[in-house]
Design a protein around this ligand. Structure first.
Ligand code: SF4
Ligand code: SF4
Length: 465
């Protein structure tokens, strides 16, 4: 009698060895109610990794898709095969919804978890000329970039920080963000007041991982509770648009997800929360991926279980990059919070919608929905889009939505060697501009393209799959 395997074989892809990062063949299988990558490296043996804990949701991801949008031109050739040709190479399937410019490698913290390995003594600040060239590379690639995020290291410690903001503002960038740990904002109100003059089209992306000092100590090497409170107090006073960014680890802070959403909804300046599973790259002290790495579907379930506002119908895959991104919208009213995603027919976001013909007749509505569910649409721009959209929907009296009333939840996974899937990486839409002008997916930058990684990449490029 043939023996039955204890899993269902679903698909096949190319992944990476978790040890040596060479490309290896991987099966995607369903077992124990979870989605697994089963892979084999001829040097490091068999590897089994959970990539989703909700099989039905994972199946649905494949239907949330849309025609790829491509940058104005590729920056590299396809020579070695994905992911060794970044980028953007002609084989990539998504333009940059959001591009990071790392204006410095330095930071005023030395977080045990830092993909850029920043610290007060690591690397250097980039010169104004280098930053200008990087901004120009993004504009050359995108024309009018949707969202550009100044990042690092800690961008606010750059000695020419405001000159860099001016350089960015002088370019046709639709929405500019500053990714920060909040220390400078908390300690220098004048600095924050000057930041507020860059609104509209400007937002703070504020690290906010936990209410518990022990968690902050583990993730950031320091109890930043007071810094976070002070920074938010100032940002609220200025009503400076802010997204809270939460790094999530299993068994560490996943139980705080509901409380963080509740807290965020009460802050005048906060337009949303982004949850990011820790990705295995850079400096990762005291992190064991086997036990601490969390999946997008686990975070999604925690949001549903812990928040009184969002249900399963509210948290849906984002069509431009559905494997990596989950999104939900809500409206902050005076006394209540109204979840909005459930009002939108998911058919409008499916690439195999049986209603395609209907939506062909109403392309505007279809485009509004696609635009809304994109990382390239900032909460500020999304308010206008949402207003138009609700006006188009029957049975809904559209309220007058201002951008400070729209609240957005994003779950954003950056794949690493553990959960790497070549099919999904081609849809990556969060990119980093390299200092040589290439535009590189965030995930592959951290695996292969940071300065100093060239020798490793060269050796990998010549190993056959
Ligand atoms: S990740 Fe994208 S840009 Fe990089 S090699 Fe693959 S297809 Fe090309
Ligand atoms: S994670 Fe952010 S705050 Fe922490 S060391 Fe790295 S750049 Fe600095």
């Amino acid at each position: 009698m043939p023996e039955q395997k204890d899993y269902i074989y679903y698909d096949h892809t190319i992944s990476l060895c978790v040890v040596c990062h060479r490309r290896i063949s991987a099966k995607i299988v369903f077992a124990d109610g979870k989605v697994w990558l089963h892979k084999f490296c001829r040097e490091h043996g068999r590897q089994e990794v959970v990539i989703a804990t909700d099989i039905e949701y994972y199946r649905q991801i494949r239907n949330f898709n849309k025609k790829s949008e491509y940058p104005i031109r590729p920056h590299t050739e396809t020579l070695y095969g994905c992911p060794y040709d970044c980028g953007i190479c002609p084989d990539h399937e998504q333009h940059s919804c959001l591009t990071l410019v790392e204006i410095t490698e330095r930071c005023n913290l030395t977080c045990p978890t830092c993909y850029a390995e920043s610290s007060p003594v690591h690397g250097r600040h980039r010169s104004l000329k280098e930053v200008e060239n990087m901004l120009d590379a993004i504009v050359e690639s995108e024309g009018e970039p949707d969202v550009v995020q100044l990042s690092g290291g800690e961008p606010t410690i750059h000695p020419h920080f405001f000159e860099i903001l001016d350089l960015a503002k002088a370019r046709p960038i639709k929405h500019l963000m500053v990714n920060t740990n909040g220390i400078r904002i908390a300690q220098d109100k004048g600095f924050a007041e000057k930041l507020a003059t860059y609104m509209p089209g400007f937002e703070i992306y504020l690290q906010f991982d936990s209410f518990r000092p022990s968690v902050l100590q583990k993730l950031r090497g320091r109890d930043l509770s007071e810094i976070r409170n002070k920074a938010l107090e100032i940002l609220n006073e200025l009503n400076l648009s802010t997204t809270l960014v939460v790094t999530v680890e299993k068994g560490l802070n996943e139980d705080e997800i509901g409380d963080i959403i509740k807290f965020a909804l009460k802050q005048k300046c906060v337009r949303g929360v982004t949850f990011q599973p820790t990705s295995v790259s850079g400096r990762l002290d005291n992190f064991d991926p086997q036990t601490a790495k969390i999946t997008n579907t686990e975070i999604r379930k925690n949001i549903i279980d812990q928040s009184e506002i969002f249900s399963s119908a509210d948290l849906i895959p984002v069509p431009c990059n559905p494997d990596a991104l989950i999104m939900a919208y809500a409206l902050k009213m005076k006394d209540e919070v109204v979840p909005l995603t459930r009002l939108i027919d998911p058919e409008m976001l499916l690439n195999n919608s049986k209603n395609t013909i209907v939506y062909e007749q109403d392309k505007m509505l279809h485009q509004y929905v696609l635009k809304l569910f994109s990382t390239g649409n900032s909460p500020e721009n999304a308010a206008g889009t949402m207003k138009h959209l609700l006006c188009c929907l029957p049975e809904i009296v559209s309220p007058d939505i201002g951008y400070d009333q729209l609240f957005r939840i994003i779950v954003m996974n950056f794949m690493d060697a553990w959960d790497f899937d070549v099919r999904a990486i081609k849809k990556s839409c969060v990119h980093i501009v390299h200092d040589d002008g290439r535009i590189i997916p965030f995930e592959t930058m951290n695996l292969f393209y940071r300065n100093g990684y060239q020798a490793k990449l060269n050796s990998l490029r010549n190993i056959p799959i």
